[in-house]
Write a protein that binds this ligand. Structure first.
Ligand code: MN
Ligand code: MN
Length: 283
């Protein structure tokens, strides 16, 4: 019903067309499900400023100049409402991009958007293998009565069978309830001693990568809503992106909060991760 309403309004996705077999980067300025203050809705704009604003910023570490490379395109931001109705619009818009044969990188937004994003991917590819980089499991059944919070999206994804495998890297927060959820859904939690070993994981079939920027230690990326000390270095996160052995069909970069990043340091880190994700999706 929500989907029908969305198609009848002016608020639907207004994406530029892109060419098949390319990578589409799309902003999702939505933070309606963040539990600790707003901010991530401003992230796509701020990440773009860091990405496009500096000299040599468009070169990847492998020396590829993304500026003008026809294999990818920034298709702009989705125009989504500040309510749960946004979810159906996100799914619809990403389904359109996938139907064009694109691989899709989404810039969030709070982490709740991964549920509608993965829903779109699963409609095209079937149940996905998901690699989640995050300080937090985001597997709660509900948070303060809300089942669609940015603390719950992977519970919804697993309950609905949208993923066949969930691997979590960087986790350093849990509770007895979350430990039960790990067991219930058969989640693979990568131990701290393995954080430097992305090559130890092999993947068969389409892989989706969800990067919550709070996976990084706050020393590297303080600009997040829920900082958790003891995290990955920027280098380790880049290794997980660059060294992924598998068919990466989509990714998201979420939870950057410009309101917690007055000096813009985290925007530069987010732009770097974004570039390497585009490059890995093009590979
Ligand atoms: Mn997190
Ligand atoms: Mn998260």
């Amino acid at each position: 019903m929500v989907r029908q309403e969305a198609s009848e309004t002016q608020a639907g996705p207004t994406l530029e067309p892109t060419r098949p077999q390319s990578v589409a980067m799309v902003g999702v300025p939505f933070d309606g499900q963040a539990s600790y203050g707003r901010g991530p809705a401003l992230a796509p704009r701020r990440i773009r400023q860091a990405l496009y604003g500096g000299r040599n910023r468009m070169y990847t570490e492998a020396g590829v100049n993304l500026d003008g490379d026809p294999r990818w395109r920034d298709v702009g931001d989705l125009a989504v409402p500040d309510s749960l109705e946004a979810f159906d619009e996100i799914t619809q818009a990403v389904e359109c991009l996938l139907a064009q044969g694109c691989r899709v990188l989404s810039l969030g937004g709070d982490h709740s958007i991964t549920y509608p994003l993965v829903r779109a991917f699963s409609h095209r590819y079937g149940p996905l293998q998901i690699l989640q980089l995050d300080a937090h499991p985001d597997l709660r059944d509900q948070l303060d009565g809300n089942r669609y919070s940015h603390a719950c999206q992977f519970a919804r994804i697993m309950e609905e069978g949208l993923a066949s495998r969930l691997v979590q890297v960087g986790i350093r927060f849990t509770t007895p309830d979350l430990i039960q959820q790990w067991q219930r859904f058969g989640v693979e939690v990568v131990s701290v001693s393995e954080w430097s070993c992305p090559l130890g994981f092999t993947w068969e079939g389409p892989v989706y990568m969800s990067v919550d920027i709070d996976v990084l230690d706050p020393a590297f990326a303080p600009g997040v809503s829920v900082p958790e000390p003891g995290g990955l270095t920027t280098r380790q996160a880049l290794d997980w992106i660059q060294q992924l052995r598998g068919d990466l069909v989509g990714a998201d970069l979420v939870e950057y909060n410009p309101g917690c990043d007055p000096a813009g340091h985290t925007a530069v880190v987010a732009a770097k991760l974004c570039k390497e994700l585009v490059a890995r999706l093009m590979a």
